[in-house]
Design a protein around this ligand. Structure first.
Ligand SMILES: [Zn+2]
Length: 393
């Protein structure tokens, strides 16, 4: 029903637009006197729960509920007390254990910030639906700029200099719009927190909201297209060529050297793990290294920027090469914080020491702060970390 409504709105908009064009000739004063029509805000659908067995929704004020998939209905309520939504194997929803005779429910609050999903306050509306995998998906749909107001404070520190916050707002907006174009055919456009952290209305901060408003609608393009503006905590001195981490990102701004993140607390790190523990983690990932103990570990391939492309684990009888980013995933992204590392065996332990935190593709967040501290603007920061990218609206 909502999809039909959206289509109808688009048809109405198209008719209105055609009407405007044909009326130009008869309006006195010509085009110069025409008033710009208000542009509907760009919406984004954020999956805030996936694979959930239950989703709790409440609305602290009047709202309209639209039921679809089954017995379609529209209902107005003065408030929605906390309602726990579950489903059965046929995909029918239950509200607090009572059958709701629908597969999808959308709550549209009258007032902003009155919607609560699983304990977090959001702007916009909520849709809870029975998905194909036998669980529930909860989607928060809201204007893109309001979504960003709940993203930027989670992805950075609101106390950071203004230019760093503005750069983060543009990177987060572009990242979101890229995902909207990639995944638009699904029930949602982007996943929180998998793709981007999102704290809803409760996470908003006046300084980060100002950065979103200062850069409203601004997007980065590369070779004419909105691209996946990756960012991460700290590069450790060099950013990474995108295709070494994300092979599908062949057309991407090139890597750069970065001296701006040296003061980051994440500039250097170390981690040690016993050989037995590392072997166990490899085995659990489906990559058993044989029955013997790991006796040596060393990079078998490095990228041009010095990151570990492949790491070789050896026993007395065999050896195994693992991609650098896979080593991070298997041993823990917070342990092996980047692929810019050295490693050696000390006794029966593997000792890693490295620089930076994150995959290194795109903008170094601590570097953006360092650049802002030296008086650089957000456009300086963006063009440094995404060389060749163009700011567009
Ligand atoms: Zn850096």
């Amino acid at each position: 029903m909502l999809a039909m409504k959206r289509e109808l709105q688009m048809v109405v908009a198209a008719v209105l637009l055609q009407g405007c064009t044909s009326m130009r000739g008869i309006l006195p004063g010509g085009i110069g006197d025409m008033v710009k029509a208000p542009v509907a805000p760009r919406l984004i659908r954020v999956a805030v729960a996936r694979s959930a067995h239950s989703v709790a929704v409440s609305v602290g004020g009047p709202c309209t509920a639209y039921a679809e998939g089954g017995r379609a209905a529209t209902k107005r309520v003065a408030t929605l007390p906390r309602t726990v939504i579950t489903r059965d194997t046929a995909g029918l929803l239950y509200f607090n254990g009572q059958p709701a005779h629908c597969q999808r429910i959308t709550f549209v609050p009258d007032m902003p910030e009155s919607l609560v999903i699983d304990g977090t306050t959001y702007r916009g509306r909520a849709t809870v639906l029975a998905n194909q995998s036998g669980t529930l998906t909860a989607v928060n749909t809201l204007p893109l700029e309001e979504y960003l107001a709940g993203v930027v404070p989670k992805e950075t520190f609101p106390s950071w200099p203004e230019a760093a916050l503005q750069a983060q707002a543009v990177a987060a907006r572009t990242f979101a719009v890229y995902h909207t174009k990639q995944y638009g055919g699904r029930d949602y456009d982007i996943v929180a927190p998998t793709h981007q952290l999102y704290g809803g209305a409760g996470a908003e901060d006046a300084r980060t909201t100002k950065a979103v408003l200062d850069t409203e609608g601004e997007l980065l393009t590369y070779h004419g297209s909105v691209f996946c503006t990756y960012f991460y905590t700290c590069c450790g001195g060099y950013t990474t060529r995108a295709s070494t981490v994300f092979p599908e990102m062949a057309d991407y701004p090139p890597p750069v050297s970065c001296s701006y993140c040296r003061r980051s607390p994440h500039f250097s790190w170390s981690y040690s793990v016993s050989a037995a523990n590392a072997a166990e983690k490899l085995k659990r990932d489906g990559r058993p290294i044989g029955s013997g103990m790991i006796i040596s570990v060393s990079p078998s391939e490095r990228t041009a920027e010095g990151r570990v492309a492949k790491l070789r684990f050896s026993t007395r009888t065999t050896s195994l090469d693992i991609r650098g980013e896979d080593v991070r995933r298997i041993l823990g992204y917070d342990n092996v914080r980047s692929t810019l590392f050295s490693v050696r065996m000390t006794g029966d332990r593997l000792l890693f020491w490295g620089r930076g935190w994150g995959h290194g593709v795109g903008m170094c967040q601590w570097g953006s702060r360092g650049m802002a501290d030296t008086g650089k603007s957000y456009t300086d920061i963006l063009s440094y970390y995404y060389p060749g990218a163009v700011l567009a609206r």
